[in-house]
Design a protein around this ligand. Structure first.
Ligand code: IMP
Ligand code: MG
Length: 179
């Protein structure tokens, strides 16, 4: 698998440190509040798993799934809910956890969808932000790293459903896309 990576953009140690910082920040911001962390399948799973263990207050977590990408490296936009929450959010401060904000379509859809259910508050935490590609106005409240306009894989991010298990964020060799 490693031989298919042309460049490591963010290594494991750097991710770990930054996730710990975000966890501390979230701990401080949500102290005394009922926190519900909502992970977005499938990409947010590694980030969510590490982040929640750096948050030192009681919380619950749940997952949602929306479709957008298929196997293409180009975003086709968001909009279909595939897995909904198990419970209502009305009594919770909701923190959406996502792997990356790219065009912003996925999060705009999710934010509007969740806002209609009247959580006590609604914020977004993303591991990565690719602002160059934004098509709708949306900005994460917590962001791990802002990255250039490059397609990245690893730490939950996939190409054709693969490479999610890389422990770092990397860029694929061009030849991988041609297969
Ligand atoms: P958006 O709706 O365009 O903001 O895209 C969000 C989703 O697109 C993310 O949850 C990812 O699944 C996927 N995505 C966007 N950029 C990348 C990338 O560079 N690598 C892998 N997946 C990406
Ligand atoms: Mg994806």
């Amino acid at each position: 698998m490693e031989e298919m990576i042309s460049k490591v953009l963010i290594d494991q140690d750097t991710i770990k440190k930054r996730v710990s910082e975000l966890g501390q920040q979230i701990t401080n911001d949500y102290r005394g509040k009922e926190l519900l962390v909502i992970g977005i399948f499938k990409g947010a799973v590694p980030f969510l798993a590490d982040l929640i263990r750096e948050i030192k207050i009681p919380l619950k977590y749940d997952f949602m799934a929306v479709s957008s990408y298929g196997s293409s490296a180009v975003s086709s936009g968001a909009g279909r809910s595939l897995k909904d929450l198990d419970t209502s959010v009305e009594d919770y401060h909701v923190l959406i956890v996502e792997d990356i904000v790219d065009t912003g379509l996925t999060l705009k859809y999710l934010k509007e969808n969740l806002a209609r259910r009247h959580p006590l508050s609604l914020k977004i935490a993303t591991l990565l932000d690719k602002p160059d590609r934004r098509r709708v106005e949306i900005s994460p409240d917590y962001c791990g790293f802002t990255i250039p306009n490059e397609f990245v894989v690893g730490y939950g991010l996939d190409y054709d459903e693969k490479f999610r298990n890389l422990p770092y964020i990397g860029v694929l060799k061009a030849e991988v896309y041609k297969k």
